[in-house]
Ligand binder design. Structure first.
Ligand SMILES: C[S@@+](CC[C@H](N)C(=O)[O-])C[C@H]1O[C@@H](n2cnc3c(N)ncnc32)[C@H](O)[C@@H]1O
Length: 308
């Protein structure tokens, strides 16, 4: 099942911090896995990696209950592309008429009731499409100041993304679970493959991304005892420093790297290089170098901006 060449990456209906859209081909081409067991992703986030790799069986989990509920609701048929389209047409129109007031009313409702459709709406209407929760788990992103955002073409794009997930879920055996990674990893069996994409150490103050050095060390210890193959995404190096945690806790495995640039602000000339690492349990790395060289671009330039 892996390695797999993915030419066209598809984007899921929600975005999150640290989304790996641009790294999907690098990940799917670097791993060797038969696909006999389950693909296990304890830090699912947007789901972009699993949704593009498309394993037959998967266990997809995250502590962010809103993301998991979205995918569970699509799976159960509670929401579908038509329901999303109608909801966004109606609420987009109200946003256009009432602006700020409507956004903050929806945000309040979401924080009280936590509905999936409201979650989707806020994810798109908020500032920069950010998903951020304060230390008490309250969604606190301000309005994106674009009351005209929900035009027909934009709504169709979102409805199509929901339709894509719907069709994937109808042909796969995937389980979604709200869980801490430790619980998810306790399910791993010999033929499974675990892909880990934890939050950046000490970077975020977000409720669902509180991740300290101790958490990272514990994850490394647990992962080393897994009965199956695994891969872990982590930044390796930027212009200013190297990731010491990677050196001290993930030594002894295969490390593949992917370098790219991100633009600083809106200035095209100010570019910073970043090297991402994929730590792969030895024996599960793709060693077909001709395959790698054909498909993986060595250096890619892109803007760190959420592609809404
Ligand atoms: C870097 S993001 C994953 C991004 C994802 N690979 C993507 O491409 O969209 C990290 C995710 O881990 C989740 N998370 C943070 N702490 C967790 C924990 N202790 N157990 C499980 N999930 C956790 C966050 O909610 C977030 O969705």
């Amino acid at each position: 099942m892996l390695p797999k060449a993915i030419q066209k990456i598809k984007v899921p209906p929600v975005k999150c911090q640290g989304i790996k859209t641009k790294l999907v081909p690098f990940i799917s081409e670097s791993i060797k896995w038969e696909g006999v067991g389950k693909w296990i992703e304890p830090f699912l986030g947007s789901g972009v990696v699993a949704f593009n790799i498309q394993p037959k069986r998967a266990l997809l989990a995250d502590t962010n209950k809103y993301i998991i509920q979205l995918y569970k609701d699509i799976q159960s048929g509670k929401i579908d592309s038509q329901i999303v389209r109608e909801y966004l047409l109606e609420n987009g129109e109200l946003l256009r008429k009432k602006g700020d007031d409507y956004y903050y009313q929806k945000r309040k409702e979401f924080n009280e009731k936590g509905g999936t459709l409201d979650f989707l709406f806020l994810n798109r209407a908020s500032f920069n499409g950010l998903m951020r929760f304060n230390s008490k788990g309250i969604y606190n992103v301000p309005f994106g100041k674009k009351p005209e955002r929900f035009r027909k073409a934009y709504i169709t794009k979102i409805a199509n993304q929901i339709g894509w997930i719907q069709s994937l879920l109808s042909i796969t055996d995937w389980e979604f679970m709200v869980a801490d990674y430790e619980k998810t990893l306790s399910n791993a069996k010999e033929n499974d493959f675990v892909y880990l994409d934890p939050p950046y150490i000490g970077r975020s103050t977000d409720y669902f991304n509180d991740w300290k050095e101790d958490d990272a060390i514990r994850l490394a210890e647990i992962t080393h005892c897994l009965p199956c193959g695994f891969a872990l995404s982590m930044w390796k190096q930027n212009k200013y420093r190297e990731n010491e945690h990677l050196k001290s806790h993930w030594n002894g495995h295969t490390i593949k790297t992917f370098s790219h640039f991100y633009h600083v602000g809106s200035n095209e000339d100010l570019r910073n290089a970043m090297t991402e690492a994929l730590v792969i349990k030895t024996g599960f790395e793709n060693t077909d170098f001709s395959f790698n060289q054909k498909v993986i671009p060595k250096l890619e330039s892109y803007q760190i901006n959420l592609d809404l």
